[in-house]
Design a binder for this molecule. Structure first.
Ligand code: NAP
Length: 248
């Protein structure tokens, strides 16, 4: 019987976009289970590191800007990181008939291209070291649905689900699990405009069986589980954390 099924003691994680929102909650959750967490952001993650320290955990801040989608290519070399959470993401809204090439490229670069090549750099290092590990990619309900006015975001999040599945297939025998979490409607900067629009907000809440939006913490615990021994035979999954929205 394993008594430390959910412990991440002795593990080293890198979480992208860890300065705020879901990434911050995931960083705090992983540290809470004992992982040392490298909190990566295009801005400093000092606030997250302080939150981790306040609960007796270990974290550090790293500047990593996916304006260059290859930014993480050398980050894993010799660093002993065995958990990667690809959380950084952007959303740009416009009707599809008006959608600009600039918005398309910006969203695809961060949400899709950077995510794939960060996974590649992580997987290369672990495989070279002969070590196992865990990847958690942050997908979306829009990995399954079309949404409206977010064509690049929807395309990129469908891609995140696909990338998760192919890497799970390729790396399962190497002891590297690759899963995704598909959040529904979570209170972060990403959904600020929607939550401020009373009509859109109440229309969305009416479709969520749980009857509320999610908190970033709702995602943090799920990520910690997927990185733990408890999930060692879970790979290629895209887990909905959405208050039942997709099932409805
Ligand atoms: P958020 O508060 O906007 O967080 C997004 C994070 O990504 C921030 O840390 C942001 O940094 C970072 N980021 C953006 N561009 C970057 C770049 N070029 N390089 C490095 N980091 C970059 O929103 P969130 O909701 O927590 O989003 C986290 C993830 O959850 C995203 O992948 C999002 O698509 C996904 N998601 C969210 C929801 C939801 O309802 N909130 C639903 C489904 C999926 P800055 O703070 O500097 O912008």
């Amino acid at each position: 019987m394993m008594s430390d099924l959910f412990s991440l003691k002795g593990r080293k994680a890198l979480v992208t976009g860890a300065n705020t929102g879901i990434g911050q909650a995931i960083a705090v959750a992983l540290a809470g289970q004992g992982a040392h967490v490298i909190c990566a952001g295009r801005r400093t993650c000092d606030e997250t590191v302080a939150l981790i320290a306040a609960t007796g955990g270990n974290g550090e801040s790293l500047l990593l800007d996916f304006a260059d989608p290859m930014a993480a290519k050398d980050v894993f070399t010799g660093a002993g990181i065995d958990i990667l959470v690809n959380n950084a993401g952007i959303i740009r809204r416009a009707d599809s008939v008006d959608y600009s090439e600039e918005d398309w490229d910006a969203v695809i670069d961060v949400n899709q291209k950077a995510l794939f090549f960060t996974c590649q750099a992580f997987g290369r290092e672990l495989i070279a070291q002969g070590k196992g590990g865990a990847v958690v990619n942050i997908a979306s309900l829009l990995s399954f649905q079309g949404g409206i006015r977010v064509p690049a975001y929807t395309a990129s999040k469908h891609a995140v689900a696909g990338i998760t599945k192919i890497l799970a297939n390729e790396w399962a025998a190497k002891g590297i699990t690759v899963n995704a979490i598909a959040p529904g409607y979570i209170a972060t900067n990403n959904t600020e405009a929607l939550r401020a629009d009373e009509d859109r907000n109440s229309a969305i809440l009416a479709r969520i069986p749980a009857g509320r939006w999610g908190d970033p913490d709702d995602i943090g615990g799920t990520a910690a589980y997927l990185c733990s021994k408890a999930a060692k035979y879970v790979t290629g999954a895209v887990l909905n954390v959405d208050g039942g929205w997709l099932a409805r």
